[in-house]
Ligand binder design. Structure first.
Ligand code: AMP
Length: 449
């Protein structure tokens, strides 16, 4: 059989009850407000329950975590034990993710879904002390979520035994390959029993993923909910042509005019993320920065601040933002277009998640036109350039400007919109920063030329 026999027609159950999940799991889902399964959940859950290996093409935001976590919990219900003996809690399900942030997020979901069951889970990732993780592992856990390197460290020091793993999930497998984790994955696979069920989730199914599936999966079925070149349907995509030097003002104008309370802002490089983040902070905007060179504590603090609404703009690079699940994220801004058109789809998939609508704003300089052309081709959609929206006049004029205050930080008051307004949700109406938005020179659009 060809790798990944397609199961597109398989979407029978329409409720979680019909999927045959245990009352403890159904109760947890009710508490979380999940009423109906998402398409990937409808397709994947019955197949996982039936014991099949799976290649699932689903991006973050489609509900893919529950698509694997729920049936795996269901399959482990029989092993759930209140015993305190570590021997009664061997690792049965191993979930491997490319990034720490995704690992933390997946684990948080597992904790939520399993809260009514005596099944233990933990998460291990690099960049933090091993000790706390070791204590959890020693107690015994049925579900282990891990990034590859740290998992191998723990396995190497015999802190974790993987010989009883029955279920392996490779989450965001495409990104794991992009990040060069193939050798680590091979080493991990060598530690696992060959008789196991393996589920591979990936946003794309290119040749390298098919190769991975051939070597790690047995007779897998293929499910898919979003095609490689389908940009999230619910995301409104806006393009503004802006000169490179005017981008920061354009960013502020674009979000202010639309009353956007929070946005995830993408740059291509860590250096650009740092630079933009610092400039925004100097302007008095609550800005977090998240990229691969930031210490783990800094990344988590930035993410937490953003989730709690303390941070208005989170500036991120592609890899750092991968897998971030921020509920109700209203807006993504491409401050710089990505070099790989595919990353555009990943970026805009950060908003408009699980049925919510979202907005993706791209600030495109003349130098980036060719990247825009590639993105249009990739998503098979004409992204039309629109002029930057006008800002309303400031509600409160600055009374006096002390001589020492930099020219850019004095004249207008930007308001955090009311939590009841669209695309908002967290912050109260209060002045958060003073901004001067100088006029932005129009840029001649040449994409239709
Ligand atoms: P994921 O693709 O797993 O990262 O999930 C994206 C978001 O959708 C998360 O915030 C989940 O909590 C949420 N979610 C997953 N499944 C459902 C569902 N069936 N109903 C409502 N929200 C869901």
């Amino acid at each position: 059989m060809e790798v990944g026999e397609n199961t597109a027609a398989l979407e029978v159950a329409t409720t979680f009850e019909e999927l045959g999940l245990a009352p403890e799991i159904l109760g947890a889902l009710r508490d979380m407000g999940y009423s109906i399964p998402t398409p990937i959940q409808k397709q994947a859950i019955p197949l996982v329950l039936a014991g099949r290996d799976l290649m699932a093409q689903a991006q973050t935001g489609t509900g893919k975590t529950a698509a694997f976590a729920l049936p795996l919990l269901q399959k482990m219900v029989a092993h759930a034990s209140t015993s305190t003996s570590p021997a009664r809690h061997p690792v049965r399900a191993l979930v491997i993710t490319p990034t720490r942030e995704l690992a933390i997020q997946v684990h948080a979901s597992v904790v939520d879904y399993s809260k009514n069951l005596p099944l233990r889970s933990t998460v291990v990732f690099g960049g933090v002390d091993m000790k706390g993780q070791e204590a959890d592992l020693r107690r015994g856990v049925e579900i282990l979520v891990a990034t590859p390197g740290r998992l191998l460290d723990h396995a190497g020091s015999k802190m974790v035994k993987l010989s009883q793993v029955q279920f392996l999930v490779l989450d965001e497998a495409d990104r794991m390959l992009d990040m060069g984790f193939m050798p680590d994955l091979k080493r991990i696979l060598d530690l696992l029993p060959t008789k196991r069920q393996t589920l591979l989730f990936s946003a794309t199914f290119d040749d390298s993923i098919v190769g991975l599936a051939k070597s790690f999966l047995q007779n897998p079925l293929k499910v898919e909910v979003a095609r490689r070149n389908t940009a999230a349907e619910l995301v409104e995509q806006v393009v503004h042509n802006v000169r490179e030097d005017d981008k920061m003002d354009a960013l502020l104008r674009a979000i202010k005019a639309r009353d956007i309370s929070q946005a995830l802002v993408f740059t291509r490089t860590k250096i650009a993320a740092d630079k933009l983040g610092r400039r925004l902070q100097k302007r008095g905007i609550q800005t977090g920065i998240i990229h691969g060179d930031k210490a783990q504590v800094e990344r988590l603090a930035a993410l937490d601040g953003f989730k709690q609404g303390k941070v208005q703009l989170l500036v991120a690079t592609d890899i750092a933002a991968r897998g971030l699940d921020i509920v109700d994220l209203p807006c993504v801004v491409n401050f710089e277009l990505p070099y790989a058109a595919e990353d555009y789809v990943h970026r805009i998939g950060r908003t408009g998640r699980a049925g919510a609508s979202g907005l993706a704003i791209s600030l495109v300089s003349p130098e980036e036109e060719r990247l825009l052309v590639a993105i249009r081709k990739f998503i098979n959609r004409d992204l039309v350039e629109t002029p930057l929206p006008e800002n309303e006049p400031p509600r409160q004029a600055a009374v006096a400007v002390p001589a020492a205050v930099p020219a850019a930080v004095h004249s207008a008051v930007i308001e955090q919109p009311d939590a009841t307004q669209p695309r908002t949700g967290r912050l109260q109406r209060e002045p958060v920063c003073a901004l001067l938005l100088p006029p932005i020179k129009p840029v001649q659009s040449n994409h239709n030329a």
